[in-house]
Design a protein around this ligand. Structure first.
Ligand SMILES: [Zn+2]
Length: 264
């Protein structure tokens, strides 16, 4: 599932492709047809990301709300676009480029009031000016494990399964510590990792947990299978112990029992 860095990356990219012009919107697959008619032929004012949500803001207070979920995917096409491939829920056509969206969890037209409601349910988004102190408040007053809190979009918006594993590993924290037991120092480490990894992710359009120094090469050159330290790995890069997995908040969490022993 795309995490927050990806939605912000897509918002920038899609605004560069289609922003500031009149966009034709259709639904080749048909499921979005009635909504598409409400926005087609309007001017795309802005594209905004909040957590894992995308908002395409058109003139006249109509907004396309997209949540990619686990299977949603955008594909960039030429303009005019070729024949749709697969179940294209939404197609946006500008003068120089087109976008095809397949498999989203949400794709609907809303107004600004409903947009505020959706955004109001989200916690602070570190890539959209979300405040560290607000995230700390959300975490420190909960008795749930930190490994679950990080995936809760009302606690902090945009963190998914990969960021969760990688930032807990970098901070050396046991994923089972209750939020209310976490020290301010540990939270500071966690926040620092989160900001660094999300900023790198936004810049490169993908999560890169390792540093250039660790990898011995510039970040863009790091091969796909060398980007993570703990997620999807079998052996810890720090201590060579096997990586453990546990279900936390219904998703598989990768961690090193040896290096992530801090419960404070
Ligand atoms: Zn280890």
């Amino acid at each position: 599932m795309p995490e927050g860095h990806k939605t912000h990356f897509l918002a920038r990219e899609h605004y560069d492709l289609l922003g500031g012009e009149v966009v034709k919107v259709t639904s080749p697959q048909g499921r979005f047809r009635a909504d598409a008619r409400q926005v087609s032929g309007r001017y795309l004012d802005s594209v905004r990301a909040s957590g894992k949500h995308l908002f395409y803001e058109f003139d006249g207070n109509v907004i396309v709300h997209v949540h990619l979920g686990r299977y949603g995917k955008f594909r960039q096409r030429a303009s005019p676009p070729p024949k749709p491939v697969g179940q294209v829920r939404m197609r946006m056509v500008g003068s120089n480029a087109s976008l095809d969206l397949t498999g989203p969890t949400t794709c609907r037209v809303i107004d600004s009031e409903l947009q505020r409601e959706v955004m109001g349910r989200l916690g602070p988004d570190p890539l959209a000016g979300g405040k560290k102190s607000d995230v700390w408040k959300n975490i420190s007053r909960s008795g749930k494990p930190i490994g679950a809190l990080l995936l809760d979009q009302s606690v902090v918006a945009g963190v998914g399964n990969i960021f969760r594993a990688e930032i807990l590993f970098e901070a050396g924290l046991d994923p089972h510590i209750p939020g209310s037991d976490l020290s301010q120092d540990s939270f500071d480490l966690l926040w620092k990792s989160l900001k660094r990894m999300m900023t790198v992710g936004l810049k490169h359009g993908k999560i890169i947990a390792v540093t250039a120094r660790e990898a011995g090469m510039p970040l863009p050159k790091i091969p796909e299978d060398k980007r993570f330290r703990v997620y999807g790995q079998t052996e810890c890069p720090q201590c060579d112990h096997p990586i453990s997995t546990v279900e936390v908040a219904a998703r598989r969490l990768y961690f090193c029992k040896h290096c992530q022993s801090c419960r404070c």
